[in-house]
Design a binder for this molecule. Structure first.
Ligand code: NAD
Ligand code: ZN
Length: 374
C-alpha cells in the first residue's frame, strides 16, 4: 500500500494498492468517495473473458452502477478513434462529471481510458486496474495518458492522475510470456536510473520472476512503484527529473513506431522490448559521452553493456532488432517529444542510479547507437 502525494491536478493524492485479488476494491471505492456512482469499465477484447466479472462484482459491491466498454487490443488501436467510441458510450449512458471510468488491462487500455477520462466533460475521475507487468510497474502510475497520432507515440495526451491504482498481481497468471516479460524492460530501466541494489536483485531473481513467483513479483512491483512514486511526486508534469523515466525511450519509441508500421501484429516489437533495446543504446551513448568529456582522464568510468545484455537476454528480451531501416529510426528520433531546439534529447547515465539529460549527441553518434542493436 503506497500513497502518492503532491500529485498534479484536482485530485491531489491517490493510493496504490497491491493485492492478490479484487475483493478489497469495493472498500477502496467507498474510501475515495466513488460508491454509488456510475462506472464504465474499459477493457480490451482479450481481458473481457478473464476479469470483468470479478471487477463488476466488486464495483457493484460499492453500489456503483456498472457499464462496460470493450476496445480493440494492441498498440495500433491506441488512437483517437478508440477514444471517440468511449465518449459515445459515456454520452449514451448519461455519464456526469461525478461518474468515473475504470481502466482494466495493460498500458494501452490505461492510456486510452485515462485520456478519455481527462477530456470527457473537461475531466472525470478514473481508476487504474493494471493487468500486465508493464502497467503494474509503470504505466498505471503518474497520470500520463494519451494516444498515438500519425503513428507518433503518445503525441496527443494529457496529464490526468488516477483516483486509485489497484493492482491484483494474480492477474499476471493469464498473461502470455512475451507480454509478461516485456514489462521487464521498464523494470530494468527503473533499476538503471535509480538503484544498483535493485539491478542486483533483478539479476539474482531471474528464475523466480520468470516463473511468476508471487512474493518475488510483489517485491518487484513494490520497488518499481516506490521508484516511480519518488520521481513523479517531485516532478508530476515533467519539467525536470521525471524525464529520467524516459531512459531508453528516445530510440525505443522510434523503434516501436517503425515496428508497428512495418511488422505484422505478431512480430511487431512490444513497448518493453523497445525500452530494453533503447537502454543498450543509451548505455553505449553514455560511455561515448564520458570518453568525450574525459578524454585524457584516468577517472572515466564505463558502464557494463555486456552485463545489461546478459540480463535482458535472461528475460528473453531482444538485444538486436531486424527488418527496420536504420534511417527510418533516425528520422523518427529527430521528431521525438524530448527534442529541444532541433537537438535530440537522450537520458544518459553517469553510473547506475545517476541519470542526466543530454542534448549534445551528434547524428553520427546516434547512428552508431542504433547500429549497436542492429
Ligand atoms: P497492452 O496494454 O497492449 O497489453 C498487452 C497484451 O496483453 C494485450 O493484448 C492485452 O489484451 C493482453 N493482456 C493484458 N492483461 C492480460 C492478462 N492479465 N491476461 C491475459 N492477457 C492480458 O500492453 P502493455 O505492455 O501493458 O502496455 C504498453 C503501452 O503502455 C504502450 O502503449 C506504452 O506507450 C504505454 N506506456 C505508458 C506509460 C505511461 O506512463 N502512461 C508508461 C509506460 C508505457
Ligand atoms: Zn515506457
Amino acid at each position: 500500500h503506497i500513497s502518492i502525494n503532491k500529485a498534479l491536478g484536482s485530485i491531489s493524492e491517490y493510493d496504490i494498492v497491491i493485492s492478490r485479488n479484487f475483493s478489497g476494491l469495493s472498500a477502496k471505492i467507498a474510501d475515495i468517495g466513488l460508491a454509488g456512482k456510475k462506472v464504465c469499465i474499459i477493457c480490451d477484447a482479450n481481458i473481457k473473458n478473464f476479469y470483468i466479472h470479478e471487477v463488476k462484482k466488486s464495483l457493484s459491491g460499492a453500489s456503483c452502477k456498472v457499464y462496460t466498454h470493450i476496445i480493440q487490443p494492441g498498440e495500433k488501436n491506441k488512437i483517437f478513434a478508440s477514444v471517440e467510441k468511449i465518449y459515445k458510450t459515456l454520452v449514451y449512458n448519461n455519464f456526469e462529471r461525478s461518474d468515473f471510468i475504470a481502466a482494466l488491462g495493460g498500458g494501452v487500455t490505461g492510456d486510452i481510458s485515462g485520456f478519455a477520462a481527462a477530456t470527457y466533460m473537461r475531466g472525470i475521475r478514473f481508476i487504474q486496474l493494471p493487468t500486465t507487468l508493464l502497467s503494474m510497474v509503470d504505466s498505471s502510475i503518474g497520470g500520463k495518458t494519451g494516444v498515438d497520432f500519425l503513428s507518433f507515440k503518445n503525441l496527443i495526451g494529457a496529464f490526468h492522475m488516477p483516483a486509485l491504482v489497484y493492482t491484483n498481481i494474480e492477474t499476471l497468471n493469464t498473461l502470455d510470456r512475451r507480454n509478461f516479460l516485456s514489462g521487464m524492460g521498464e523494470v530494468i530501466k527503473h533499476a538503471l536510473i535509480k538503484s544498483n541494489r535493485y539491478y542486483d536483485f533483478i539479476e539474482n531473481n531471474v528464475d523466480n520472476i520468470i516463473k511468476k513467483d508471487f512474493e518475488t513479483l510483489l517485491n518487484l512491483v513494490y520497488i518499481s512503484n516506490t521508484i516511480k512514486k519518488s520521481i513523479v511526486e517531485k516532478d508530476p508534469d515533467e519539467k525536470s527529473c521525471r524525464a529520467f523515466l524516459n531512459l531508453g525511450h528516445t530510440i525505443g519509441h522510434a523503434l516501436e513506431r517503425e515496428s508497428v508500421i512495418t511488422a505484422s501484429d505478431e512480430t511487431a516489437l512490444l513497448h518493453g522490448e523497445c525500452v530494453g533495446l533503447g537502454c543498450i543504446s543509451a548505455l553505449y551513448l553514455s560511455n561515448l559521452y564520458s570518453l568525450r568529456l574525459n578524454e585524457n582522464s584516468h577517472s572515466r568510468h564505463l558502464l557494463d553493456i555486456a552485463r545489461l545484455k546478459r540480463i535482458l537476454e535472461s528475460f528473453f528480451l531482444p538485444i538486436k532488432f531486424k527488418g527496420i531501416d536504420i534511417n527510418d529510426i533516425l528520422t523518427s528520433c529527430l521528431k521525438d517529444k524530448k527534442n529541444s531546439e532541433g537537438r535530440v534529447g537522450f537520458v544518459l547515465l553517469k553510473n547506475i542510479g545517476s541519470p542526466f539529460l543530454c542534448h549534445d549527441i551528434s547524428y553520427d553518434e546516434m547512428k552508431g547507437a542504433i547500429e549497436t542493436i542492429y
